[in-house]
Design a binder for this molecule. Structure first.
Ligand code: NAD
Length: 481
């Protein structure tokens, strides 16, 4: 079985590996075995200062690069990711746990994001504002400067790309902080950038946990912050950013509803919800957490989704099973605790509900029926392979249940009736709606949350707004002669 040579990694600052000033180390663990596969520094605020200073120093040079040349650098990054896809996929799988085919898809998706933003780099146009004859008034779209990207562990490569590709396209430089439990591909990515014409210091990586994250989000010399993670940490980031009046984009959690109407193609709904909740062992912010199913088809839906759950083969991601382990031990315990909570609240485990009797952090795909919308398992993000199936009597009730949570990231509706689909899409309070599918959509679609699921949008052309500020220039054309 493939494994990584246990290695001590360093920070990546100003185009090279640099030693951290920290004497603390974070062990990176293969979640399918619990074995340590690498060590990374638990960076200090001095390390963060150094990385921010390198990004600041690189900013004038990168900003001055012509947009078409910036685009060429981004395309080169995309090509390099594709050339190294096998290496990234293996590293991501061993560090994060997901099936290797999914990790391949994540790396290719990251490459696609660099291509997408390469295409945008020379189209960041301003406007001419109508004015009187003696005035020329126009806008410029300018980079902020140093952008901090703080990312989670559930999908490192897509998150690395979301935090760097649009930022670089817009002419910013970046300090990237991966999550402590899945930092390896971010470091390898930074190293790969030395094979491009990106100036040293344009992308820096500091590994670590809360201390490094807090140092970055409260840093006076960071000009914009893009944060992806949990609601409580997002709130802390927003608070510390407020002290410096630094803009933040927050991509936070979800507790996403999938409404299944009585006329739905049931097999399509069941398969889509299965993919929606069991992909990446449910560790996806956009997961289909709650199936809200019409009472007339409830029993049949439960029976069929149980069959889907039971068909999943679990194993180490490197063997490319249907589902890998959860990313780290504490999270695995938290998911198992939620299952206990659901049972104590009176929900019924239709299948799963147990850890696998083997090494690693494996939890069976789990389906809860008899779920009431007030239960904690129906309100709080579990971030594991745990589906809540909730019955409803009429569409008003379905919408009410769908919106009866603090979060609003994604939602979906399954029906053959186009009017119902479009009305429901309008009424679900969420940033992305899937109709008769889950996780679908165009590569350039914007993504982000309503309510406590976030602030701002990533991806698509709207994703550039977090990295550009608008300057208005008013010119007096009047002649005095
Ligand atoms: P987390 O909030 O614990 O950590 C996210 C990042 O913040 C990590 O890099 C972490 O080290 C860092 N951090 C920790 N404390 C910090 C502090 N005080 N200041 C600044 N940074 C700090 O989240 P997680 O457990 O890594 O990720 C899971 C969460 O991420 C889930 O809630 C999931 O829904 C969410 N998520 C959202 C999206 C989205 O696009 N909306 C995508 C993926 C994951």
């Amino acid at each position: 079985m493939a494994t990584l040579e246990r290695e001590r990694h360093e920070l990546f600052v100003d185009g090279e590996r640099v030693e951290s000033s920290s004497d603390r180390t974070i062990e990176s663990v293969d979640p399918s075995t619990g074995e340590v596969i690498a060590e990374v520094p638990d960076a200090t605020s001095e390390d963060v200062d150094r990385a921010v200073a390198a990004a600041r120093a690189a900013f004038p040079e990168w900003r001055a690069v012509a947009p078409t040349e910036r685009a060429a650098v981004l395309r080169r990054i995309a090509d390099l990711l594709r050339e190294h896809v096998d290496e990234f996929a293996e590293m991501e799988t061993l560090d994060q746990g997901q099936p290797i085919s999914a990790a391949r898809g994540g790396t290719l998706g990251a490459a696609g994001m660099f291509d997408y933003y390469a295409g945008a780099a020379d189209k960041l146009e301003g406007k001419t504002i109508p004015a009187d004859d003696d005035t020329l008034d126009f806008t410029l779209r300018e980079p902020y400067g140093v952008s901090a990207a703080i990312i989670p562990w559930n999908a490192p490569m897509p998150n690395v790309a979301q935090g760097t590709a649009p930022a670089l396209a817009a002419g910013n430089t970046v300090v990237l902080k991966p999550a402590p439990t899945a930092p390896l591909t971010a470091l390898r990515f930074a190293e790969l950038l030395t094979e491009t014409d990106l100036p040293d210091g344009a992308v820096n990586v500091v590994t670590g946990g809360g201390e490094a994250g807090a140092a970055l989000s409260s840093h006076e010399d960071v000009d914009t912050i893009s944060f992806t993670g949990s609601v409580p940490t997002g709130q802390a980031v927003m608070e510390s950013a407020a002290k410096n009046v630094t803009p933040v984009t927050l991509e936070l959690g979800g507790k996403n509803p999938a409404i299944v109407m009585p006329d739905a193609d049931l097999e399509q709904a069941v398969q889509s919800v299965g993919i929606g909740i069991f992909s990446n062992a449910g560790q996806i912010c956009a997961a289909a957490d709650r199936a809200i199913v019409h009472e007339s088809i409830y029993d049949e839906f439960v029976e069929r989704i149980v069959a889907v759950a039971d068909s999943y083969e679990l194993g180490p991601g490197i063997e490319d099973p249907d589902m890998g382990p959860l990313n780290y031990e504490e999270h695995y315990e938290r998911v198992l605790d939620y299952i206990e909570v659901g049972i104590a609240e009176g929900a019924t485990v239709e299948t799963g509900g147990e850890p696998l009797d083997r090494e690693g952090y494996f939890v069976q795909p789990t389906v809860f029926s008899d779920v009431d919308t007030d239960m904690r398992i129906a309100q709080e993000e579990i971030f594991g392979p745990v589906l809540c199936v909730i019955p409803y009597a009429d569409r008003e009730e379905a919408i009410e249940i769908a919106n009866d949570v603090e979060l609003g990231l994604t939602g979906g509706v399954f029906t053959r009736d186009v009017t119902e689909a479009l009305r429901t899409a309008r009424e679900i309070q969420a940033g992305s709606i899937y109709v008769n599918q889950w996780f679908g959509g165009a590569a350039g679609a914007p993504f982000g949350g309503y309510k406590k699921s976030g602030v701002g949008r990533e991806m698509g052309l709207e994703g550039l707004d977090s990295f550009l500020q608008t300057k208005n220039v008013a010119v007096n054309l009047a002649r005095n002669d």
